[in-house]
Write a protein that binds this ligand. Structure first.
Ligand code: SF4
Ligand code: SF4
Ligand code: SF4
Length: 248
């Protein structure tokens, strides 16, 4: 009978010390596993709390923390917006953002009309009046109504020439010009701030230093009308959340 057999039969086999093979003990693995699970849970909790993508806010927020602390979810900005772009954050935007306002440029209106005649000259001289006289919904004309009706100062004075709501970004998979190598220049034609040019390949290019995220280009983009529906409201050009202060 071997020593091992004897130990097993007598029940006196000594406990093995924790294995240290490869420098990783079972305990380390368990602790590491718990840590990894905790990170995943915390990451999920953080996403659930703050949302995957920062919402695009109405004009005039100072910063995200100030806004969350001062917005009382009263809904006034949404009710006064004449362009119907202020909507309410839901659970998909994160728990801390729920019922706070965000901008949605994908309304059902595509009725932006560029003023004709004399107003065209005014547009070239100063893009701001263009937005004030433009008809239609689905973009921000910086009318200030949401700011004026905010009772807590969560929204404050906003200058569309030096601040922004977000940034227009071309989606080459949806933009008609990318598919046909030209053929559509609507966003460049209608941008009231001269932020979009057409390059030598007849493709639209956004200048982020001029774009303030007003959403006129999203509103006028015909990609969802002329292309096969791809399963979302996105268009050939979309506003992405980038904060409201231009980088210096
Ligand atoms: S500034 Fe006017 S158009 Fe823009 S979000 Fe506020 S209320 Fe709406
Ligand atoms: S309006 Fe839309 S489809 Fe036309 S060039 Fe601009 S992004 Fe592309
Ligand atoms: S590129 Fe679009 S969002 Fe930006 S200023 Fe021009 S129209 Fe407005």
């Amino acid at each position: 009978m071997s020593d091992l057999d004897r130990e097993e039969l007598s029940g006196s086999r000594p406990e093995q010390p924790p294995s240290d093979k490869g420098g990783i003990s079972r305990r380390s693995l368990v602790v590491g596993g718990i840590g990894a699970v905790a990170l995943v849970v915390l990451g999920g909790a953080a996403r659930a709390t703050a949302g995957e993508i920062a919402p695009i806010r109405p004009p005039g927020i100072i910063d995200a923390d100030h806004f969350i602390a001062t917005c009382i979810r009263c809904d006034r900005c949404r009710t006064v917006c004449p362009k119907d772009i202020v909507v309410t954050c839901g659970l998909e935007d994160g728990i801390i953002n729920m019922r706070t306002p965000k901008l949605d440029f994908y309304g059902d209106s595509k009725s932006y009309r560029r003023p004709e005649g004399k107003d065209q000259e005014a547009i070239k001289a100063d893009p701001y009046p263009n937005l004030l006289v433009a008809a239609g919904k689905g973009y921000c004309n910086f009318c200030h109504l949401c700011i004026d009706n905010c009772p807590t100062g969560a929204l404050q004075a906003f200058d569309p020439n030096t601040q922004w709501l977000g940034e227009a970004v071309i989606d080459p998979y949806l933009c008609i010009a990318y598919e046909k190598l030209g053929g559509c220049e609507k966003c460049a034609d209608y941008c009231p701030f001269g932020a979009i040019t057409i390059d030598e390949n007849r493709l639209p290019v956004v200048d982020p230093s001029k774009c303030n995220g007003c959403g006129v280009c999203v509103n006028i983009c015909p990609s969802s009308t002329y292309r096969t529906y791809k399963g979302s409201k996105k268009r050939g050009i979309n506003i992405e959340s980038t904060g409201q202060d231009r980088p210096s």
